[in-house]
Ligand binder design. Structure first.
Ligand SMILES: NC(=O)C1=CN([C@@H]2O[C@H](COP(=O)(O)OP(=O)(O)OC[C@H]3O[C@@H](n4cnc5c(N)ncnc54)[C@H](OP(=O)(O)O)[C@@H]3O)[C@@H](O)[C@H]2O)C=CC1
Ligand SMILES: Cc1cn([C@H]2C[C@H](O)[C@@H](COP(=O)(O)OP(=O)(O)O[C@H]3O[C@@H](C)C(=O)[C@@H](O)[C@H]3O)O2)c(=O)[nH]c1=O
Ligand SMILES: [Mg+2]
Length: 290
C-alpha cells in the first residue's frame, strides 16, 4: 500500500518509518509540503496519488499556540480540510490524528467519542476545528484522538524528564492532570492496523471519531516517577519528584485536569489495543538510556 504521511521528523512520522516497512511510505514535509500553504497540500497529494493519507503533522506547541492562534488555526484547523479535499480527489481515505485536549477536563471518567467537546486552549480549539474540517471535506476518513505522546524521537515529556534529571536532584511536577501516556510506536502500530483493515475491507469504520491511547491512566507526577524508576533500574538518570497542583506551575495555556480517553471503540472496530502504559514506557526508556 502506498501511504503518504504528513511530516517526517515528528514522533508519529518517525514511528511509522520504523514500524511501517511492509508498505511504501512517502513522507510529505517542509519546505515542499507546508500545512500553512493549501496549494502545496493539493500538489503533493495529487502528485503522489497515495492509497492512504496519514495526517500526523500538526502545530503541537501548546503554550506557543496561545501567542500564535492564527498560525495554529491555519495548520491544525484548516489544513485537514485541504488534505481531505485533495485525498478525496485521488480517492484516498485519510486517517487523521487529534488530541485529548479537545475536552474541557471536567469529571473523572474516561472520555468517549460521543462526549461533548469543549477545548480550553488554542491548541485544543484548533485541533477540534481540524476534525470538523476533515469531516466536511468529502474524504473517507477516521479521526483518531490520542494523548500524552512520547517516543525515542523528537520532543516529549519523557525526554524532558530524563534531560532535567541529568542536572537536577528534585523536580516539581503537576499531580492534578490525569491522562493516558501513549507511545508513538504504539500509535504507529494502531494506524497500520487501520491501514491493513482498510486493505481487506475498504470503508470499514470510516467517517467516525476514535480514541486510541495507552492502556491505564496516571497523572504527570506519577508518570515522571515511573520514568525515573525505569531509568534508575537501567543505571540512567533519576530525580525525586514532588507532586504539585497546577496552580503552582503557571503556563500560558491551561491544560485539562481530566483527559483520560476510553479506547474501547477503536479496539472493537479495528481489533487492536495499546499495551499498558508502563510496559510501553519501559521499552522507550530502555532505548533512551540504553
Ligand atoms: N505530542 C503529543 O503529545 C500529542 C500529539 N497529538 C497529535 O498527534 C499528531 C502527531 O504528533 P507528534 O508526532 O507528537 O508531533 P510532533 O510535534 O513530534 O511533530 C509535528 C510534525 O508536524 C510537522 N509540522 C508542523 N508544522 C508544519 C507545517 N506548517 N507544515 C508541515 N509540517 C508541519 C513538523 O515538521 P518539522 O519536523 O518540519 O517541524 C513535525 O514533523 C499531531 O496531530 C498531534 O496534534 C495528539 C495528542 C498528543
Ligand atoms: C517539564 C515540566 C512539565 N510539567 C507539567 C506541564 C504540563 O502540565 C505537564 C506536561 O508537560 P508537557 O509540556 O509535555 O505538556 P503538553 O505539551 O501540554 O502535552 C500535550 O501536548 C499536546 C501536543 C497534546 O496533544 C496533549 O495530549 C499533551 O501531550 O507537565 C511540570 O509540572 N513540571 C515540569 O518540570
Ligand atoms: Mg509540549
Amino acid at each position: 500500500m502506498k501511504i503518504l504521511v504528513t511530516g517526517r521528523e515528528g514522533q508519529v512520522a518517525r514511528s511509522l518509518a520504523e514500524r511501517g516497512s511492509a508498505h511504501e511510505l512517502v513522507f510529505a514535509a517542509r519546505p515542499d509540503f507546508d500545512l500553512a500553504d493549501a496549494g502545496s497540500i493539493a500538489r503533493t497529494i495529487e502528485n503522489a496519488r497515495p492509497d492512504l493519507v496519514i495526517s500526523a503533522a500538526a502545530y503541537t506547541a501548546v503554550d506557543q499556540a496561545e501567542d500564535e492562534p492564527e498560525l495554529a488555526m491555519a495548520i491544525n484547523g484548516e489544513a485537514p480540510g485541504h488534505i481531505g479535499r485533495a485525498a478525496a480527489s485521488v480517492g484516498a481515505p485519510v486517517v487523521h490524528l487529534s488530541t485529548d485536549y479537545v475536552f474541557d477536563g471536567s469529571g473523572e471518567h474516561a472520555w468517549r467519542e460521543e462526549d461533548p467537546t469543549g477545548p480550553i486552549g488554542v491548541y485544543g480549539r484548533t485541533k477540534l476545528a481540524g476534525e470538523q474540517a476533515l469531516a466536511a471535506s468529502g474524504a473517507a476518513h477516521a479521526i483518531v484522538r490520542t494523548a500524552w505522546v512520547y517516543s525515542p524521537f523528537g520532543n516529549n515529556f519523557v525526554k524532558t524528564m530524563l534531560r532535567l534529571a541529568e542536572s537536577r536532584d528534585a523536580l516539581n511536577v503537576v499531580k492534578d492532570q490525569y491522562g493516558n501516556p501513549t507511545s508513538a510506536l504504539d500509535i504507529a502500530d494502531a494506524l497500520l492496523a487501520v491501514a491493513g483493515r482498510w486493505q481487506d475491507a475498504p470503508g470499514h469504520g470510516t467517517n467516525a471519531v476514535y480514541h486510541f491511547a495507552g492502556t491505564g491512566s496516571t497523572n504527570w507526577a506519577d508518570f515522571a516517577r515511573a520514568i525515573f524508576d525505569s531509568s534508575r533500574k537501567r543505571g540512567g538518570p533519576s530525580c525525586e519528584v514532588t507532586g504539585i497542583p497546577s496552580s503552582d506551575y503557571p503556563t500560558k495555556a491551561q491544560r485539562p485536569a481530566n483527559s483520560r480517553l476510553d479506547s474501547a471503540k477503536f479496539a472493537d472496530t479495528f481489533g487492536h489495543a495499546a499495551p499498558r502504559w508502563q510496559e510501553s514506557l519501559d521499552a522507550t526508556v530502555a532505548r533512551l538510556v540504553g
